[in-house]
Design a protein around this ligand. Structure first.
Ligand SMILES: NC(=O)C1=CN([C@@H]2O[C@H](COP(=O)(O)OP(=O)(O)OC[C@H]3O[C@@H](n4cnc5c(N)ncnc54)[C@H](O)[C@@H]3O)[C@@H](O)[C@H]2O)[C@@H](O)CC1
Ligand SMILES: [K+]
Length: 544
């Protein structure tokens, strides 16, 4: 078993409840065992990460509170000075939470019931005395925004200005979304159970999670038969060993020939960057197919990449009149992948040209930028295509493509990208600070690396070149998309480390591709030995 290739699900509350339930009912691991595992995980993170001895644990009346009560006991056993605040009487608790409350009541740990606003001032004084606070008010069971007493309680905790460890999720955040639904705890550390929830990784909710740890509470590793969602964090485990082995007797055609169709007056840089990044990502050859009136620019700009000038009657952009020539050139050429879009421009006749090209070509295709805009209101073209197609819209382009507002897309980008990918049979790479990859067979990968320095002109052109290289060298479409996005972000992160986010520009990402590729390959070598421990932080999960 290649145990190191672990998939890291990203769940919603209901999906996590199903996982918990299946583990309890089908496998027969008692809930109280899961709760103890959860509590021990949180306790070990606290032991490792926090200074100080005096702690207040604030427990709600559900199982999140039950975790808090078990954590209080574990901390007491370790010698911490623990006080517990419960938002209900012990008799009001049920199940495993009740059991833990009963156990705790037999130990010399002060337990205060705080149910009313009138007690919050007293609570504030208690919190001011503590070294840190544990928030176990609400977890995945939050059913509506925190209001009234609970809203005030959350505000008092935040105001106390002490380090806060949230159990499972900062109370008041919804597990299911990156959106803020109401008052919530601002945590320094969050320790979650089983698998991360969407709120842990999607902004803006993720800003309030602090450092994220994931505890394996004994939900089995092979959960695939127990879950329906196929939504994962994009990690090194997902992309490792995707680069083809470079054989001694191989030659440039072994690694594919990428054609980049694009360029217009004022936009010659875009296809140039695409062609260059394809070569840096490992393509054997790359060629720009461009309007002839601009060809001199490409001859000068590009050294390793070639160009094919297409007569354009000095217009400086592609028109529908040259469609046959371009299709013939590309179909007859030895191209193994085609990128259409970088710098294409938004002339109506260019859009018509792009649509016709997409309709007619049989080559594996990456559609980017104005190539995507050309498909707005013409998305059905995609349904007729049989070859592998990756589209790489940013939120604005995806809004034009789907007719949905940016706000609607940003609410649930992973759902909307998934629906589109399934409906149109293409791989969608929806680019943002949390790029989402959605495959035609319903899988979703969320990328959590990269940085805001990459929000700069041309970084999309670089990505499309990388993808062209990978599709062109014969990597399977899903793997090409995953490796492409991961590598692009990693190169962006290394570039930002060395140059600052502010100074980062698209060509820097190309320049740092070699270091990023080396880093992935170095890490691959250690993967065989690497196994995730019971408690893992998000960085270890990502793997770089
Ligand atoms: N067996 C399991 O299912 C496990 C659950 N675990 C813990 O259990 C948590 C989920 O437990 P629960 O499903 O009991 O739910 P929670 O403990 O998250 O919260 C539910 C409680 O809060 C109340 N509530 C929800 N929203 C409210 C609001 N806005 N205002 C006021 N009251 C509100 C509910 O009526 C209920 O009493 C997880 O987050 C995790 O911490 C862990 O112990 C691991 C195992
Ligand atoms: K919580």
């Amino acid at each position: 078993m290649d145990f190191w290739r672990k998939k890291m699900l990203v769940t919603k509350a209901e999906e996590m409840r199903n996982l918990d339930r299946e583990t309890i009912e089908v496998l027969g691991i008692p809930g109280i065992v899961l709760m103890e595992n959860a509590a021990r995980g949180v306790t070990s993170v606290i032991y490792d990460k926090l200074n100080g001895n005096s702690v207040v644990v604030i427990c709600g009346k559900g199982n999140n509170g039950g975790d808090g009560l078990a954590i209080a006991r574990n901390l007491y056993n370790l010698g911490y000075d623990v006080e517990v605040v419960l938002t209900a009487k012990i008799e009001e608790l049920k199940g495993d939470a009740r059991i833990n409350a009963e156990i705790l009541s037999k130990l010399p740990v002060p337990l205060h019931v705080v149910k009313e606003e009138s007690k919050l001032l007293e609570l504030y004084s208690l919190l001011k005395e503590a070294d840190f606070i544990i928030d176990a008010i609400f977890g995945t069971g939050l059913s509506k925004p925190a209001e009234g007493f609970y809203k005030d309680l959350i505000e008092v905790i935040n105001k106390a200005n002490k380090p806060v460890v949230s159990v499972d999720i900062p109370s008041g955040l919804s597990s299911d979304t990156g959106e803020i639904i109401g008052a919530h705890i601002i945590a320094d550390i969050t320790v979650t159970f089983g698998f991360p929830k969407l709120a842990h990784i999607m902004p803006p909710a993720c800003y309030y999670v602090g450092e994220l740890f994931v505890v394996d509470i004994s939900i089995p590793e092979d959960v695939s038969s127990l879950v329906t969602s196929k939504r994962y964090i994009l990690t090194l485990d997902e992309v490792a060993f995707t680069f083809p082995v470079r054989e001694i007797m191989s030659h440039k055609y072994t690694y594919g020939h990428v054609a980049v169709i694009g360029g217009s007056a004022g936009k010659t840089g875009a296809p140039s960057m695409t062609a260059q990044s394809a070569l840096r990502a490992g393509a054997g050859l790359s060629t720009v197919v461009v309007p002839a009136s601009l060809n001199t620019v490409f001859e000068i700009k590009l050294t390793e990449a070639m160009s094919i000038p297409i007569p354009d009657a000095e217009k400086g952009h592609f028109g529908i009149d040259t469609i046959d020539e371009v299709v013939e050139t590309v179909e007859k050429g030895k191209f193994s992948a085609v990128v259409i879009g970088p710098g294409l421009g938004n002339e109506p006749e260019t859009f018509e040209f792009a649509r016709e090209f997409i309709r007619k070509t049989t080559k594996p295709l990456i559609i980017d930028a104005d190539g995507i805009n050309a498909l707005a209101e013409n998305t059905d073209i995609l349904k007729m295509k049989e070859q592998n197609i990756i589209i790489t819209p940013h939120i604005g382009e995806f809004s034009r493509l789907t007719g949905l507002s940016k706000e609607e897309i940003l609410k649930e980008p992973y759902e909307i990208a998934k629906e589109f990918a399934e409906e149109f049979g293409v791989t969608v790479i929806l680019k943002s600070g949390r790029t989402v990859i959605a495959t035609p067979n319903g899988k979703v990968y969320i990328n959590v690396i990269g940085n805001p320095g990459m929000a700069t002109a041309g970084t999309g052109d670089v990505l499309s070149g990388i993808l062209g290289a990978f599709l062109g060298m014969g990597i399977e479409m899903e793997d090409a998309a995953k490796l492409g996005v991961f590598l692009h972000s990693l190169a962006g992160d290394i570039a930002a480390e060395e140059l600052s986010q502010e100074s980062l520009k698209a060509c820097d990402i190309i320049d740092f591709l070699p270091k990023a590729i080396k880093r992935i390959k170095e890490k691959e070598l250690n993967l065989e030995k690497h196994k995730l421990p019971f408690v893992t932080n998000l960085r270890e999960i990502i793997g770089v």
